[in-house]
Design a protein around this ligand. Structure first.
Ligand code: THU
Length: 157
């Protein structure tokens, strides 16, 4: 028997406006996407944006359904859209923002387990890591350098 451990570094900012301009632009796009969320059941609005290697930005938001399992998280909306429309194109960064009373303002927001698995698949489809930017409701912002850090022991390669 041996005891193993998992450790990773992430960066924390007090506000996303401290980030480099291209990340600020990506986050603003995620906020605009969040405004398009369809969340009549949870009232929790999530926006996700990805910047591709070619600089293009694509966005998604959570889309709920009266038959609950039929809805989809914002991250999966945008990542599946990229997979479907831009196969072979590398994702550089994913940004996620959210708003709603489901979580207290100071709560650290991070993607659900299902989205992490989809993020991992997207990362494994390309040769470089996907950076992940998570913006809390109190504007504190976390940057994680690879999806692998968000899903240790994820299913797959
Ligand atoms: N949601 C996301 O869009 N992303 C996540 O990572 C977790 C949760 C959505 C799903 C649902 O529409 C609402 O937030 C409340 O769970």
């Amino acid at each position: 028997m041996s005891t193993q451990n998992f450790h990773f570094n992430y960066r924390m900012y007090t506000h996303w406006n401290e980030l480099y301009p291209k990340d600020v632009i990506l986050i603003k796009e995620a906020f605009m996407a969040m405004d398009k969320a369809y969340a009549p059941y949870s009232h929790f609005r999530v926006g996700a944006s990805v910047r591709l290697d070619n600089g293009e930005i694509l966005c998604g938001s959570n889309q709920e359904n009266i038959a609950f399992p039929s809805g989809l998280c914002a991250e999966r909306v945008v990542l599946n859209y990229v997979g479907a429309n831009f196969p072979g194109i590398t994702i550089d960064t994913l940004a996620v923002v959210a708003q709603g009373e489901l979580m207290p303002e100071e709560h650290l927001l991070s993607p659900c387990g299902g989205c992490r698995q989809v993020m991992l698949e997207s990362e494994n489809r390309q040769s470089t890591p996907i950076r992940v930017i998570l913006v809390n409701q109190d504007q504190r912002t976390m940057i994680i350098e690879t999806v692998k850090d968000l899903l240790p022991f994820g299913f797959g390669k």
